[in-house]
Structure formats: C-alpha cells, structure tokens
Write a protein that binds this ligand. Structure first.
Ligand code: ADP
Length: 536
C-alpha cells in the first residue's frame, strides 16, 4: 500500500474504487478507465438499448427500460399503447435511481402516474424498467445471482467467468406484485445489504443453505429437479459476452483518452460483478453490472444487542478467494515473461546455436511447461495433483482455475454483434487530439469527406446540421459537460441515420454493417494512397 504516493513502478496496481492514477507508465491496473461511468444504470441501459435496436432478439435478456426524466413522456405513451393493445397486461415497473446501489431509493409502481417526479426525483435521474414478475423461486423465495467476470483485456477482447458465484435470497416468501405488497422490500429486492436487516436473514455456515449460498448449490438443486443446467450456463455465458460487447465501444473511447496509444502506459484488467435474475422458465435476465463488487469475506453479526463482530463467511470465502487468486494467476507478469522467454527459445531452436538453446529450452520445458500443461489438464478435469517430468511446478499446490475463458473461445459465435465497436474505431480515428472523448465539427466533416459520404443529395451544409442537431440533444441530457463536441453515442446515432438514408430497405443492422464496410473500404483506400505517396 502506498498511502503517501509511490516512487517505484509496480507489476500490478490494485485500485480500490476506480481507475484514477494517470502517472502509471507500465504494469497492469485492476480497473479500466471509464468503467464506473459505463455501468451506471443509465449508461448501461443506453448501451444495451443501442444493441437492442440492432439485434432485438439477441439482447432480450435486459428488461425494457426508460430513462428518467427525459423519457418520461415516452414511457407514459408506450405503456398506454401496450395496455390498449393488450387489456389483460397488468405490468409492474421498478424505478431505480441512477448511480444508486444496495437497493437505495428503489421502489415498485403499477402505473407511470405513480412515479415520484416531485422533490428529489426531479434532480435525481433514474431508470424505470419492466419488473420481472415471475422469477424462479427456491424454497418459495426470490433470489438473484452474483457472478464474477474478469475482463482481462479490451483489445484483443478477453473474458473469463468464475465457475461459481453467489445466490442472494430474499427473506420473505415471494408473491407476485400487488398494490398491497409492492412496498415489501424483503419480498421483492434480493439485495444482501437490505435483507441482512430482516429478522429472517439466515447466515450460512455452509454453502448450501441460508440467505447467501453458492450458485453451484442452486445448480445442483435445479439439476436434481431435471432442469437443463448446461443450457442455463450457456445462456449465462452468452448474456455476459453480449453485455461486455455492448460496453466495449465506449470503454475504448475512455481507454484511448486516458492511456493514449504510442505513449508508455499500463494495460488494464477488471473484475466485474454481474447481477442476474433467473425467470421461472430459467431464462437469465441481466439486472446490473458492478464495477467494484464487494470482495469482503466476512459479515457483521450482532452478538448481543448493539454489539457487533466481524465473523468469517464461508460462502463468500469459497467464491471470492478463488476469483482474486485466479485473477492474479492470469495476469501474473512472471507468467508473461516466462511465455516470452519460451517463444524466444522456440524461435532460437532453429538457429545455429543448437546446444545452448537446447539447454535453455529444456529448462523452460521442465519448469514452466509442466505447470501450464498441468493447468490445462486440470481445466479439462484430469488434475491429479501429481508432478510431470520430475520437476516441481510453481503452481503445483494451487487448485484448478476457477475462471473459465469464454472469449475469444466463443468469439466466432458473437463477432457479428460487434458492429458498434467498428463504429467506435471510426470515431476514435477522427477524434484527432489525443486525450479527448468528443468529436469536434471539423473531425465530423473530415469523417464524412474521407469516407465519401457526401453527395448531391447530402451536402456539407446538411452534414453540419446533422452534427449540430444530434450533438446539442446529447449534450443537453448528458451529465458530462467537461468537454464540448459529439460523444460516441451521438456519433452512433448520426451513423445509424446515415446508414438508414443510404441503404433504405434493409434491416437496421444490415444498413449499419453496409455503411461500416463502405467507410472502412474508403479509409483503407485512402491509407494505401497515402502510403504510396509517402514512399514516392
Ligand atoms: P442496486 O444497484 O440498488 O442493487 P439493482 O438493479 O441491482 O439495484 O436492483 C436491486 C434489486 O431489485 C435486485 O437485486 C433485484 O432483486 C430487484 N430487481 C431489480 N430490477 C428488477 C427487475 N427488472 N425485475 C425484478 N426484480 C428486479
């Protein structure tokens, strides 16, 4: 710990809350710039909605949401329309203040007119979303799942999911929402921080019972009831990958701003907490993502009235220790160095100095490869705790990895969803000044000109109007007034507009994909031309 600042560079920096130190020039930091902003309720809802516009079916794991106060009229209109078309629809909505956590300020409503728009709500933006009325119950109780996900790298994208998580239970038997029970938080909200204050909260002393259990214990129960647990896991993996795909475009904008390419800087990784609710039909729904999930492995217990003590929590310990341990194993700088040495040795094996290299290669082989092979064998379920080649592996005493790689492992299945990433790459290319996150009018004009998007039907004057209209609207609702110009979401909206104009009859995702291809083609041609001119 460096409470008074730090002089020597470190291999790994562990920041408490968010990325905050711009004086790091090497090593790895455990937080991404901008992640805290990205997972706030409003920003996450916006990012997911962009993806829902493009791929509605693929992104139906996030409840329909509206952003308050600006979308209040839209919320009222849409609910009225849906009720008119289906009079039997009796929805419930959940209102969540932006930036809130631990259930703070959350309440349920039956009708848009019940929203508390007066007083503090007016100054406090919020998300209102459809309430999932039929959650899966265990022991008649509603519960949610906290899963730990390691975003190991943004470029290339690398995602790991912890094989076990936590299930956090309500403390009152669940009933579908009625006007009478709407306010009963112990029935409807699964937050640990709320339910711990209920007289019914049961501290677990093993991982299968109580108000906080391991997710694997729930899976065992479901499996014994005949549920298709394999499918459930694969749905959860899809949900995690798709959510991260929705977040990466803006994260890349933050990243290049805080850690500009070409300058010395650290790389980043981050442990995220995904909160997931299972519906009765076992469909997983995303509730929210936590950028700074609690890693506490003890809980407070009231020994006698007013006397509290921290006692170990076996469930938290079982899940969280493994997540931190394996995150450190995966980002281990020594491991990377060993890999580099090995790659170097492999390449040297073919050169003249065969004997010397053989000695080096042999050392690598016995010491390091053994450990990696063992790790892989364990991953494949073949771990036997023994040794290979007679050498002692540095990881021999460690349990098998609890973090399972899901990306790039399943990249092929999901790559078609990464359209907004490509739009963000265009945006970043035209940002110009290093360290900024917003595009100026000149940058936007250059984008249009270089991608050959202006023509007799779409003059440069129309380009300026499009820029001003969209930028003004986004800046009027955003909270970030530090910089002027067009933010990524505004650029994405402008890009969708241009795509719709150019490729009228196609579905939106095809329009956008076609326009990206068109832009990338012209930019590649331009780069080629510049290269040739440069050589000339
Ligand atoms: P917070 O950050 O304050 O914990 P969440 O979005 O996690 O906010 O919501 C708190 C709790 O409310 C969740 O743990 C879950 O039990 C419940 N909840 C949230 N959204 C929904 C929803 N759309 N449908 C049903 N329950 C929900």
């Amino acid at each position: 710990q460096f409470p008074f600042g730090r002089r020597l560079p470190c291999d790994i920096y562990w920041h408490g809350v968010s990325f905050h130190d711009n004086d790091i020039f090497s090593g790895q930091v455990n937080k991404f710039p901008g992640m805290t902003e990205m997972v706030r309720k409003i920003t996450l809802s916006r990012a997911v909605r962009t993806m829902q516009d493009l791929f509605p079916l693929e992104y139906n794991f996030y409840p329909r949401s509206w952003i308050l106060p600006e979308e209040f009229p839209l919320f009222v209109d849409e609910v009225r329309m849906m009720k008119d078309s289906d009079p039997s629809w009796k929805p419930t909505f959940i209102v969540k203040p932006d930036g809130g956590c631990q259930g703070d300020g959350i309440y349920l409503i039956k009708d848009p007119s019940d929203i508390r728009l007066t007083g503090s709500m007016q100054s406090r933006p919020a998300v209102v979303q459809e309430y999932i009325c039929k959650p899966l119950l265990v022991d008649k109780l509603k519960f949610d799942i906290r899963l730990y996900v390691l975003l190991k790298s943004l470029e290339p994208l690398e995602i790991y999911i912890a094989k076990d998580g936590l299930s956090r239970f309500c403390t009152e038997p669940y009933q579908e929402p009625t006007l009478k029970n709407l306010h009963q938080v112990f029935m409807h909200l699964t937050n640990y921080s709320l339910n711990i204050h209920s007289g019914n909260f049961i501290h677990s002393d093993n991982v299968n019972t109580g108000s906080k259990r391991t997710f694997s214990s729930i899976l065992c129960r479901l499996s014994s009831r005949g549920a298709d647990v394999k499918k459930l896991w694969s749905d959860i993996i899809s949900l995690v990958i798709k959510t991260i795909i929705a977040l990466t475009p803006e994260l890349k904008v933050y990243y290049q701003s805080d850690i500009p390419a070409g300058k010395p800087g650290p790389t980043c990784f981050q442990i995220l907490g995904f909160d997931i609710l299972l519906m009765k039909n076992l469909k997983p729904m995303l509730l929210e993502v936590n950028a700074n999930p609690s890693m506490r492995i003890e809980h407070e217990q009231e020994l006698s009235p007013g006397v509290f003590e921290n006692v170990p929590s076996p469930v938290d310990e079982e899940v969280k220790v493994a997540v931190i341990r394996d995150t450190l194993r995966l980002v281990d700088p020594q491991k990377k160095k060993r890999k580099d040495v090995q790659q170097h040795v492999e390449s040297c094996k073919n050169t003249v100095n065969v004997r010397y290299n053989y000695v080096l290669w042999y050392r690598c082989q016995t010491l390091e490869e053994a450990s990696e092979a063992k790790e892989e064998a364990r991953e494949a379920g073949a771990g036997d705790g023994g040794e290979r080649g007679g050498s002692r592996s540095p990881e021999a005493s460690l349990p098998s990895l609890c973090l399972k790689q899901v990306f790039p492992k399943y990249a092929r299945q999901f790559s078609y969803l990464r359209l907004v990433d490509r739009v963000a790459a265009l945006f970043i290319r035209f940002l110009g000044v290093k360290g900024t996150t917003k595009l100026g009018p000149t940058g936007f004009r250059t984008f249009i000109r270089n991608c050959k998007l202006s023509n007799s039907n779409f003059s440069m004057a129309s380009v300026d109007i499009l820029y001003i209209d969209i930028t003004r609207r986004w800046n009027s609702m955003g909270t970030d007034h530090k910089e002027s110009g067009m933010c990524l979401q505004a650029f994405v909206e402008a890009f969708f507009c241009l795509a719709q104009k150019k490729y009228k009859s196609l579905p939106l995702h095809e329009q956008v994909a076609s326009l990206i291809d068109f832009c990338e083609y012209h930019l590649a041609a331009l780069d080629e031309k510049r290269l040739v001119c440069g050589r000339g």
